[in-house]
Design a protein around this ligand. Structure first.
Ligand SMILES: C[S@@+](CC[C@H](N)C(=O)[O-])C[C@H]1O[C@@H](n2cnc3c(N)ncnc32)[C@H](O)[C@@H]1O
Length: 266
């Protein structure tokens, strides 16, 4: 297989989840991981995807780096990494974490402030990253955008979490994907972690809207729609009873899942 180094002869013992339903009860809190950023994903998500879709030393891009979950997994799994975010305070946190206990060492990751929806800025930063990492393209990309304005990350106007309208959100997100797509090697993969949202008394199925929009615009094959349970969400911790009461007192269902969508560039 060209895109990972899994020992397929040993397939019975590989702990790679190939099911479309992922029920993971506990967040991995080992190593550099801590649950300090509202809206971060659990490390098991990038861990599974990186091992399935890349080989050691290849380049993983995370367009919405946040608190560095993907980077910490790349360090553990010996992959090179490019990460962007518009939130400079969280970038500072990630840099400090990466430098903890290290003096002179060869850095095999590149993280920078960047609005990933802006083509010129994105390309400029990617070229800087390639130069630094001595590479020319990307082998896997992971994108965990804000789920519209459900959790606000910054007050910046370019923050996707400021977008209240689904058409505008899809439009801007497609620009991000277009930027990534240009740099991704052919026959390689990108994954999007996203949830649906509830607004004005109804569900906006962001996941389905995005799949349809991506299939229309890009040469890709949809390889996976994984449904992952949401447990221990920081925003809802200890409030399960209230949410259940509200739902019962009304007519809707509480979101207990999000999606991991995987596409192959063809
Ligand atoms: C859902 S969080 C990602 C969390 C990350 N996966 C983690 O585990 O910490 C989304 C991130 O997107 C960033 N963001 C929003 N709009 C952006 C943009 N236009 N360009 C780059 N980053 C953006 C936010 O600052 C936030 O950190």
């Amino acid at each position: 297989m060209k895109y990972n180094d899994l020992d397929i002869k040993n397939w019975k013992n590989l702990d790679i989840n190939v099911d479309s339903l992922w029920v993971i009860d506990e967040r991995d809190k080992s190593g550099k991981h801590s649950n300090i950023y509202h809206g971060n994903f659990i490390p098991q998500i990038p861990n599974q995807l990186i091992r399935r879709y890349t080989k050691p030393n290849e380049i993983v891009l995370d367009t919405f780096l946040g608190s560095g979950t993907t980077l910490f997994e790349c360090e553990k799994l010996n992959r090179r990494f490019i990460g962007f975010d518009i939130n400079e305070s969280i970038l500072g946190f990630v840099s400090e974490k990466m430098q903890e206990g290290k003096n002179n060492y060869e850095r095999n990751y590149f993280i920078e402030k960047c609005d990933v929806s802006k083509k010129v800025m994105f390309n400029k930063k990617i070229v800087e990253a390639y130069k630094f990492l001595n590479k020319q393209s990307i082998q896997f990309a992971i994108m965990h955008p804000p789920y519209m304005d459900i959790v606000k990350f910054t007050d910046k106007k370019e923050d996707l979490s400021q977008i209240e309208n689904s058409e505008e959100f899809i439009d801007v997100f497609l620009k991000v994907i277009n930027n990534v797509y240009q740099h991704l090697d052919i026959e390689r993969y990108f994954s999007i972690v996203i949830g649906d949202v509830y607004k004005n008394g109804e569900i906006i199925p962001l996941s389905s809207l995005i799949i349809t929009a991506i299939k229309q615009k890009f040469n890709v094959k949809l390889k996976g729609i994984v449904i992952k349970n949401i447990e221990g969400n920081r925003g809802k911790q200890g409030k399960g009873g209230i949410w259940r009461y509200r739902a019962l007192n009304s007519d809707y269902f509480i979101f207990k899942h999000e999606y991991i969508l995987t596409f192959k560039k063809i």
